[in-house]
Design a protein around this ligand. Structure first.
Ligand code: BTN
Length: 241
């Protein structure tokens, strides 16, 4: 996680999905640092194959990285990306109490999601990361009913390209840091320890209280009785404190 990156930004009016586009380029041997932006997406993808509604005016980016790490370390990059998005939002919204990060990588504003991150990897034969794509969607001017737009809370008008460039600058900054530090910075911005969470994965539902994240970014949940349960994946709902 050390070298500075020269981002190469390609912008399209419409793509089905920047994620799909960049993964095709990665599979053809594209070098690290490609950033693909679409002004709108006709088939934007969220986590777990969900739709990411992508009208004009919001930010849709996919970013290609080649971090030379083990598969188990790849998830760390979604925390790096969440921090970068959150820091980019800081320029427009100063009130820290409005903002929090939700495990593993959602950015919340006033209790609703304003940005999501989709991390996808390709592994080599040894099980190491060959390439990694960070898909970032930020609701800048509009959002579906379950979300919010950053502009609605901002102190000034948001310029999409300015926001993107700052986000990439923040990403360059955070990606040089060891995960130990990323973890601490993420925790500073995350839901408070003790926040009641519900985690859904397929048919299974776990409930408990946010305790911590471990050295790989797994969620540590304190369940009734005091035991700590490690959660590696799932949809998290904040129930309260
Ligand atoms: C989530 O479900 O929270 C992740 C949403 C990720 C959306 C972004 S928008 C840019 C990139 N292209 C896609 O199709 N998805 C990601």
């Amino acid at each position: 996680m050390t070298m500075a990156i020269n981002w190469r930004i390609e912008i399209f009016d419409t793509l089905e999905s920047t994620q799909k586009f960049i993964k095709d380029r990665a599979a053809s041997g594209e070098a690290e640092g490609l950033v693909v932006q679409a002004r709108e997406q006709s088939g934007g993808k969220g986590r777990y194959g969900r739709e990411w509604v992508s009208p004009k005016g919001n930010l849709y980016l996919s970013i290609l990285l080649k971090p030379e790490c083990a598969a188990s370390e790849a998830a760390q990059f979604s925390f790096v990306a969440a921090l970068a998005v959150s820091a980019a939002i800081d320029e427009y919204i100063k009130d820290r109490s409005l903002k929090f990060l939700k495990w593993p990588n959602d950015v919340f504003l006033d209790g609703k999601k304003c940005a999501g991150i989709l991390l996808e990897t390709e592994l080599d034969k040894k099980g190491n990361v060959e390439w990694l794509v960070l898909g970032v969607g930020v609701n800048i001017v509009s959002a579906p009913d379950i979300g919010v737009a950053v502009q609605d809370y901002a102190d000034k008008g948001i310029d999409l390209e300015g926001f993107r460039d700052n986000l990439l600058k923040q990403l360059s900054f955070y990606k040089t840091k060891e995960f130990q530090e990323i973890r601490a910075l993420w925790l500073e911005r995350a839901h408070e320890p003790g926040t009641k969470l519900q985690i859904k994965l397929g048919e299974s539902v776990e409930a408990g209280y946010f305790h911590d994240i471990d050295e790989n970014g797994n969620l540590l949940l304190r369940i009734d009785g005091g035991d700590i349960q490690m959660i590696t994946a799932g949809d998290v709902y904040v129930i309260g404190s």
